[in-house]
Write a protein of this length. Structure first.
Ligand SMILES: Nc1c(NC[C@H](O)[C@H](O)[C@H](O)CO)[nH]c(=O)[nH]c1=O
Ligand SMILES: CC(=O)[C@@H](O)COP(=O)(O)O
Length: 172
């Protein structure tokens, strides 16, 4: 299903739990700034809408999406950070550079999730052109930043549920 069939800003309430005490890092790529700033606005507003405190949302800027991974790792190493949201926009150009960046960032962010055992969200648009990016950064297909924030909230809720069940012995 593509974003044109499922609006990025629409979601269920499943796994959403209290996040008033949770701390979030949002790492934002400067490349395609008009798009990534819109993604950040969506993510920030969604986190605060669901109860995150403004003082618990920490923004870090990186030159491009390729650098999202290392900055996410630096943030994940901080014990007080509960979840990291990575926001970027990699627009296809004339060469295969697009493919290498997208693959590196997707794999890199996956690795940080697993290495640090905390949610590190892939909020990176990989469109063919600027219009596709704008459509997914608050346009007709919603906002990838909204989706990334909700995903972080849901994964924190799921982690809490799993930990509770393991303590109570209630089977999965
Ligand atoms: N072309 C895009 C880039 N390129 C820059 C890389 O992300 C990286 O900063 C550079 O290769 C140095 O390591 N980055 C984006 O985020 N979006 C693009 O469209
Ligand atoms: C994703 C990129 O780095 C790309 O936008 C750069 O464009 P090009 O492949 O034409 O050099």
């Amino acid at each position: 299903m593509s974003s044109k069939d499922k609006n990025l800003s629409l979601h269920s309430e499943k796994s959403i739990q209290e996040i008033g005490k949770k701390q979030f890092a949002i790492v934002v790529a400067e490349w395609n700034e008009e798009v990534t700033e819109a993604l950040y606005k969506g993510a920030y507003e969604k986190l605060t809408e669901y109860g995150a405190k403004k003082e618990n949302i920490h923004r870090y800027d990186v030159p491009g999406s390729f650098e999202l991974t290392l900055a996410a790792q630096w943030a994940a190493q901080k014990p007080e950070i509960d979840a990291i949201i990575c926001l970027g926009c990699v627009i296809q150009g004339e060469t295969r550079h697009f493919d290498f960046i997208c693959d590196a960032v997707a794999q890199g962010i996956t690795n940080v999730n697993l290495r640090h055992n905390k949610p590190v969200i892939f909020g990176v648009l990989t469109p063919e052109n600027q219009q596709q990016a704008l459509d997914r950064a608050g346009g007709k297909h919603g906002n990838k930043g909204d989706e990334a924030a909700i995903t972080a909230i849901k994964m924190l809720g799921l982690h809490t549920t799993i930990l509770k069940r393991s303590k109570t012995g209630i089977g999965f």
